[in-house]
Design a protein around this ligand. Structure first.
Ligand code: PXP
Length: 240
């Protein structure tokens, strides 16, 4: 039987809307509670260096306030390492970060940054935090992630979501390679109701992390319905 695919709901953009007015509404914590009720398997939040959406207080509240495991997305910096070690989320996903970017654009250069990433992976793992590396589905990056000792890789689905030719085949091959190296394989970025099916059908994937589309769609059909429908599409793709 095919494994059930987990859904991690990224709630960053609840904070984006809140920050547009600088108050406390809408609350990311409340969104996380609703996501839990709607069948999410985990909550993902990215504490960016510029704090453009999630704040330090949000992370503190999420770590203690939710029943689901928290996946903290973080840049590979000393500041973020210290924050992760302080809060000890269930998981940390290391992402590349450029201040001028609108969202995480490329994957992490695990191969080129080996010496910078190795101690970070070791410190996080030593604190009992499950580390994942957000990388392109490129064999060199996947092999280096395995050598770095990260137990999980998250494959960047952005090129697939943008309709890049051959991107789905690269995801399928990347997921198979990562799984063969003993890695748990996640995927995410740019997934929507329309494009999630082909990714969810990749048998080697264990988890998808989805944010922007779910929060945007929640404006029209509500957060629980948005998450519930995504869950249903993932389950149908797996069952097919
Ligand atoms: N996974 C990672 C590592 C990300 O950085 C993001 C975006 O924050 C996502 C998944 C979710 O992408 P989206 O918001 O486009 O669904």
């Amino acid at each position: 039987m095919t494994r059930r695919l987990r859904l991690g709901v990224n709630i960053d953009h609840v904070a984006t809307i809140r920050n547009a007015r600088g108050g406390a509404h809408p609350s990311p914590l409340r969104a996380a509670e609703l996501a839990t009720a709607a069948g999410a398997d985990g909550i993902t939040a990215h504490l960016r260096e510029d704090r453009r959406h999630m704040t330090d207080t949000d992370i503190a509240e999420l770590v203690t306030g939710i029943a689901l495991p928290l996946n903290l997305e973080m840049a590979a910096t000393d500041e973020m390492l210290a924050i992760a070690l302080k809060h000890r989320p269930h998981a940390a996903c290391i992402v590349p970060e450029r201040r001028a970017e609108r969202t995480t654009e490329g994957g992490l250069d695990a191969a080129g940054q080996h010496n910078h990433l190795a101690p970070l992976v070791e410190r996080l793992s030593g604190a009992g935090i499950r580390v994942s590396l957000f990388i392109a589905p490129d064999p060199r990056q996947i092999e280096m992630a395995a050598r770095l000792g990260a137990p999980v890789v998250e494959l960047h689905t952005g090129p697939y979501a943008h309709g890049e030719e051959g991107a789905l085949a690269k995801l399928e091959a990347g997921a198979a390679l990562a799984a063969s190296l003993g890695l748990e394989v996640h995927a995410g970025h740019g997934l929507t109701f329309d494009n999630v099916g082909a990714v969810a059908a990749i048998p080697d994937l264990a988890e998808l992390n989805i944010g922007h589309f779910l929060i945007g769609e929640a404006l029209f059909i509500g957060l629980e319905a948005s998450i519930g429908h995504m869950r249903q599409l993932m389950d149908e793709a797996r069952a097919a």
